[in-house]
Design a protein around this ligand. Structure first.
Ligand code: NDP
Ligand code: BG6
Length: 484
């Protein structure tokens, strides 16, 4: 199946932080892939902006090497790369300074979509918004794309929302959560709302529990100074996992449109119960078989920051009362594996007698790697010997089901940047969502700090702390294995 590519309108995209890690690893390669697929018109222009004094030619060389490092060789024919680089420019600007803004304002072409990507340190987001406004760089319909983290807590998120709102309307602000750009995350909405199969069963009457797992093998080495002030709760749960939970738990929006979807997500966040202290496990990886532990990676021998968190949460509304959601995420775990598993309840009566063990029906939505959807169902074991039951997966790997199109899944960033250019905010967080997510997260973190809790240790390369197993065992349930 070959994907349909609909070209976007001509645009000027300014990437503040255009020489940084995110720009080199994700933004420039993502833009190139959209260009290569024919989604970008010839008049589209992308302008890097950072403090470093360099010519546009030098910036194109930086971009070329980023593509060499982060785009597969078979997708990089020299002619296409050269045409793409020809659409790149560069302006030297210090966000704190006053130089360069006039040049940038002059470079903006009236009548084209204008977008400004804030890929600089979060401490610069507010000042950048002010400068774009004060120097009259951004036109009345300009869009700004704000990276994460969006605040450190409720207070700082509110301050940032207020600063942005002083210069830009909400419809101009695109708060990125790259998990919403992942293909399977969007598929979650397609599976739920484009099929009649699941939605009638999608409630506490039929769903026993839901597990959301985002397991990583990487440690925090290299970003220790950021991560140590953050931890898994702020870095992953407040944003990415919260968004996954919303998409699973929300009511059907009346249309797949920005405010309709975001209104429903907001209701889920507001319906979350505070988490009981006994329903959370925090962990920190320790040195194992030569792999450094968290304290060394973070460069802080006294750190109490968690690199793992597991918790049981409840969504208090009619649909979900009685169905717990178990969430977990961590660094340096056994495998890189992210999935959502919806486990259905047992049938009310077994006609096959007590000897036939029943196993759960589970719908597994696999986010990464090996994107796909699996449904575990009971069937008769083939062959003679009476009615023996067996639990088998109905397995739909996207690569198998969609052929070439399933293998060539676009990166989250490329999809999201094209949505900015199209002016579609559906997959971006609204200010009140971020606010509500912090309002739920803050008391959890405050309680840890008050108690002075230390995270429990876990060996690198395992499934996380033993205590996390207990979180489910005591409810008579167990975590799914973390497998690649
Ligand atoms: P880097 O430190 O790698 O890059 C920072 C960029 O900002 C550089 O281009 C730097 O260039 C520029 N810069 C720094 N100070 C100024 C200034 N005063 N004025 C103008 N430009 C400046 O950061 P990342 O690329 O890793 O991160 C960028 C943003 O993306 C952050 O908000 C981060 O939280 C977020 N993010 C990053 C992820 C990643 O994987 N890297 C993942 C998720 C979010 P120069 O020094 O020349 O000015
Ligand atoms: C980022 C977090 O937002 O997401 C990182 O800051 C994390 O700590 C990353 O590693 C995970 O993203 P992905 O797309 O690799 O699952």
């Amino acid at each position: 199946m070959v994907a349909r590519v609909i070209p976007v309108d001509p645009f000027d995209l300014v990437i503040f932080g255009g020489t940084g890690d995110l720009a080199r690893r994700k933004i420039l390669p993502g833009l190139y892939r959209r260009f290569r697929d024919g989604q970008m018109p010839a008049e589209a222009r992308m302008i890097g902006a950072a403090r470093s004094d360099m010519t546009a030619e030098a910036y194109r060389e930086l971009a070329r090497s980023a593509l060499e490092d982060h785009v597969a060789a078979e997708r990089r024919d020299p002619e296409t790369v050269a045409r793409f680089l020809g659409q790149l420019g560069y302006v030297a600007i210090d966000v704190h300074g006053d130089k360069g803004w006039l040049d940038l304002a002059d470079a903006m072409r009236p009548g084209h979509v204008q977008a400004f990507y804030f890929s600089v340190a979060p401490g610069l987001f507010g000042t950048l918004a002010e400068k774009l406004h004060d120097h009259k760089v951004a036109g009345p319909d300009a869009r700004i794309v704000v990276e994460k983290p969006f605040g450190h807590d409720l207070g700082s998120a509110r301050t940032l929302n207020a600063t942005l709102a002083a210069h830009f309307d909400e419809h101009q602000i695109y708060r990125i959560d790259h998990y919403l750009g992942k293909e399977t995350v969007q598929n979650l909405m397609a599976v739920r709302f484009a099929n009649m199969l699941f939605e009638p069963l999608w409630n506490a009457q039929f769903v026993d529990h839901v597990q959301i797992t985002v397991a990583e093998t990487v440690g925090v080495g290299g970003r220790g100074s950021y991560y140590d002030g953050s931890g898994a709760m702020r870095d992953m749960v407040q944003n990415h996992i919260m968004q996954l939970l919303c998409l699973i738990a929300m009511e059907p929006p009346n249309r797949f449109e920005p405010d309709a979807v975001r209104d429903e997500k907001l209701k889920v966040i507001r319906a979350l119960d505070p988490v009981a202290p006994g329903d959370i496990v925090r962990g920190q990886y320790v040195p194992t078989n030569g792999t450094p532990g968290y304290l060394e990676d973070a460069g802080n021998p006294d750190s109490r920051t968690e690199s793992y968190v597991a918790m049981k949460v409840h969504v208090s509304n009619w649909r979900w009362k009685g169905t717990p959601f178990y969430l977990r995420t961590g660094k340096r775990l056994r495998a890189r594996s992210s999935e959502i598993a919806v486990t259905f309840r047992e049938p009310p009566h077994s006609i096959f007698g007590e000897s036939e063990r029943w196993a759960e029906n589970v719908l597994i939505i696999r986010l990464q790697p090996n994107e796909g959807i699996k449904l575990k169902v009971m069937i008769k074991e083939p062959g003679p010997g009476g009615m023996r039951l067996v639990n088998v997966p109905l397995d739909m790997s996207f690569a198998d089901a969609l052929g070439e199109g399933g293998n060539d899944i676009p990166d989250a960033y490329e999809r999201l940047i094209m949505d900015v250019i199209r002016g579609n905010q559906t997959l971006f967080m609204r200010g009140d969502e971020v606010d509500a997510a912090w309002a739920w997260t803050d008391p959890v973190i405050a309680a840890w700090q008050e108690r002075g809790d230390r995270p429990v240790p876990y060996d690198a390369g395992t499934s996380g702390p033993e205590d996390a197993l207990m979180l489910m065992h005591r409810d008579g349930r167990r975590w799914r294995e973390i497998r690649p």
